[in-house]
Design a protein around this ligand. Structure first.
Ligand code: DGJ
Length: 716
């Protein structure tokens, strides 16, 4: 109770309280209430965000802090919005005008709150969409003005949330190439902590745009109050966590306004990206499950649909292949039993053949030396062998050694009067230019028109923006970062209008693009170029806090030196694929892999659509355990990974979660290596759900490093 009160109303004493108006705007999901109040001075405040209240309790809430704080008037902290009017007045006041709630269906409703400045013709509409069953809220704003000339926007957040707790614990996820999403939790102290990206493209290179704020204490998987938040924006983002002098916390989420002053034309609407958040009173595990359910139902393209298993050739061949070698690889895909062969980088360029990353990017015609019969032939050959064919593209980029660069130097982001600055020997195209948008669309459209059998695309983006200047935007350079991302979405809208179902993997030199702004156009993403299974346990664990398993691609490769069984078990907990030469496999390895693909096909509905429970964290010891449970609790799949174990590690029983206490489950080890038997002491026994959750099970007889187990639980 104390916790609830601390979140609710300590703010009553603070500076930014404007009267105690009776008008309330109540925004609810199954387990959460967000209460806004309109004060006597017409300012709208957040009176409460937390565990769902009884209807009768709402009337007890009053005041709070202004919900979308402006700059230039009495607010002395970070604002959500700052505007300079045509006459130079750098202030904004937002007063309540009206609100409406539109019910889309029994699960989804949107509340729209219109605010206006009493002195200037400026209107801000705040939107809150609730996903009742998933306990997720999405918030964003529309900013409009009717002054005679453009006004200047220098801050334009999607959301501002207020908290009053004794302590705040921030969990962030940071990284770099090949070491993405490292989880760090720290206490917020007075002042500002910022998590942001200024990279333009490949935005999540250093920071993943996801966070938890735990209230009062650190939260665990099963205990603690917290919010989990993420911005649906494939560009520069910024989260500001400001603890004020009275220990109140403001969380501001939105586009990063760095170098992005926006001149808003009269009559134009600036729409901020959606901030997606969930509140959990039961730890991080519940918050993740809320996010996963929301993502599958609303956030990811075909989120509840099936995914294709595949054999990719990047790590197996790099750019060194030809038609004959590829057709041989189709045979290997066939032997594995996967659905699709994915041809990676290196298939294009004639004047500048793409034999390495210095040449050819931008010239999307088949390399006639490597592929004399073209893509259409490969599609047909794959089809003859009963597999589908997919292809890699990186349409937003160009190598200086390319025909595209020679033909259209005006299509490239680069500073005048400065030397070109390369990342992976390439430059970024000026996607703000509609002609470049047409070109990027045509890269996909041409492939699909010429070879309609292409069944999958991997969309890569291997550099961030540096020394960026848009020839198209001319004197509006500060619009570049924002307009680039909006232009990317325009192109994706066109692609999806014509190819609504085509599975497309989002990739950015590893996990440089992982956000829900993009994922509504993509079916899955590439988490990291680090495919070492030991490292992947952490990387996939990191993404699992916000993304469902069917979006997290995981390939069996030769990068790690662990046994094939271990590498396969790690890939199977996500969206499984291969990137490996199987002709080096022993007969037993090939048999095992073929069986593993069959097993995956059988159990993937539970992995992809089940509820995930992280049971033992790799951050806390030398093993990792997690499970997926089907909605009806009739089936579950459990993964157990022993990492770099020490002799002294003693792995005790693990208590399972999410099962039906009253049901009886057979607990059976699956995916065993060819001609081996389970040594798990509890293997193939029947337990009640209550026993499995209260007493737990022993997962392996020994603690040997780089061994793993997959167990299937079925109601008897
Ligand atoms: C970076 C990606 O992450 C890799 O998987 C691969 O597609 C290369 N680019 C190809 O250049």
């Amino acid at each position: 109770m104390k916790k609830l009160l601390t979140i609710a109303l300590a703010a009553v004493l603070c500076l930014n309280v404007y009267g105690q108006g009776k008008d309330q705007i109540i925004i609810e999901t199954k387990n959460t209430s967000l209460v806004l109040s309109v004060g006597g001075n017409k300012r709208v405040s957040q009176s409460y965000l937390g565990k769902k209240l009884q209807t009768s309790e709402y009337s007890q809430l009053r005041g709070g802090r202004e919900v979308y704080m402006t700059a230039g008037m009495e607010n002395q902290f970070e604002p959500a919005i700052r505007m300079v009017h045509t006459d130079g007045n750098p202030s904004l006041e937002l007063q309540y005008v009206s609100h409406t709630t539109n019910k889309k269906d029994n699960n989804v409703s949107t509340t729209n709150i219109t605010l206006k400045d009493p002195q200037y013709p400026v209107e801000v509409v705040m939107h809150y969409t609730t996903y009742y069953n998933e306990d997720v809220i999405k918030s964003w704003t529309d900013i409009k003005q009717q002054e005679k000339k453009p006004v200047l926007l220098t801050e334009y957040a999607s959301s501002m949330l207020h908290f009053n707790a004794e302590e705040y614990w921030l969990t962030q996820f940071h990284g770099d190439w090949a070491r993405e999403v490292n989880k760090v939790e720290e206490k917020l102290t007075n002042g500002i902590k910022t998590i942001e990206s200024k990279l333009g493209t490949r935005t999540n290179f250093y920071q993943t745009q996801t966070f938890f704020v735990s209230l009062n204490n650190k939260s665990t998987e099963t205990e603690g109050e917290l919010i989990a938040g993420t911005l649906a924006w494939t560009g520069n983002f910024k989260y500001t966590f400001e603890v004020d002098q009275r220990n109140g916390l403001r969380v501001i989420s939105g586009i990063n306004p760095f170098a992005s002053e926006y001149y808003l034309e009269s009559g134009e609407t600036f729409t901020t990206p959606e901030f997606i958040f969930t509140y959990s009173a039961n730890g991080k595990g519940q918050a993740s499950r809320n996010m996963h359910a929301w993502a599958r139902n609303y956030g990811v393209l075909d989120g509840n649909g099936d995914r294709l298993t595949l054999l990719n050739n990047w790590e197996a061949t790099h750019t060194n292949f030809n038609e004959t070698r590829l057709v041989e690889l189709f045979d290997e895909a066939k032997k594995l039993g996967v659905d699709l062969f994915l041809l990676d980088d290196g298939w294009f360029g004639n004047k500048y053949p793409r034999d390495d990353d210095k040449n050819g990017l931008g010239d999307w015609q088949e390399d006639k030396r490597k592929l004399p019969s073209g893509i259409g032939y490969l599609v047909k050959e794959a089809d003859k062998k009963g597999i589908k064919f997919g292809i890699w593209l990186e349409p937003e980029m160009v190598n200086p050694k390319s025909e595209l660069y020679e033909k259209h130097p005006e299509w490239i982001l680069k500073l005048p009067n400065r030397p070109e600055n390369y990342g992976r020997n390439q430059l970024v195209l000026d996607l703000t230019n509609p002609k470049v948008q047409d070109f990027v669309f045509s890269v996909v459209d041409d492939i699909m028109t010429k070879s309609p059998g292409v069944a999958f695309i991997k969309w890569d983006c291997n550099r961030s923006m540096t020394n960026a200047y848009s020839p198209y935007l001319k004197d509006k350079q500060s619009h570049l970062f924002i307009d680039y991302t909006k232009s990317l979405y325009k192109v994706m809208e066109r692609i999806r209008a014509k190819y609504p179902k085509l599975p497309i993997m989002l990739c950015a030199g590893g996990g440089g693009r992982t956000d829900y702004g993009a994922l509504k156009y993509f079916t899955e993403f590439w988490p990291s170029d680090n495919t070492d299974a030991f490292e992947r346990i952490f990387i996939q664990w990191g993404y699992s806090y916000f993304f469902p398993s069917n979006t997290i691609t995981a390939h069996v490769t030769s990068m790690g030196k662990q046994p094939l069984k271990f590498r396969t078990d790690v890939a199977m907990s996500g969206k499984m694929g291969y990137d490996i030469r199987t002709n080096n496999f022993t007969p037993a390895e090939l048999q095992f892999s073929n069986d593993a693909v069959k097993t995956y096909n059988r159990i993937s509905p539970v992995i992809w659509r089940g509820n995930q429970y992280r049971l033992v964290s790799p951050y806390e010891g030398n093993r990792a355990v997690m499970m997926y449970v089907s909605d009806d609790k009739a089936k579950a799949i459990l993964f157990n990974y022993h990492m770099q174990t020490r002799r002294q590690d003693i792995f005790g029983k693990v208590q399972l979660q999410g099962l039906d206490a009253n049901k009886k489950y057979r607990f059976k080890e699956i995916n065993l290596f060819t001609e081996t038997k389970s040594t798990g002491p509890d293997n193939d026994k029947v337990f009640t759900g209550a026993y499995l959750m209260d007493i737990g099970v022993t997962l392996a007889a020994r603690n040997t490093a780089f061994t793993s187990n997959i167990y299937e639980l079925m109601v008897e």
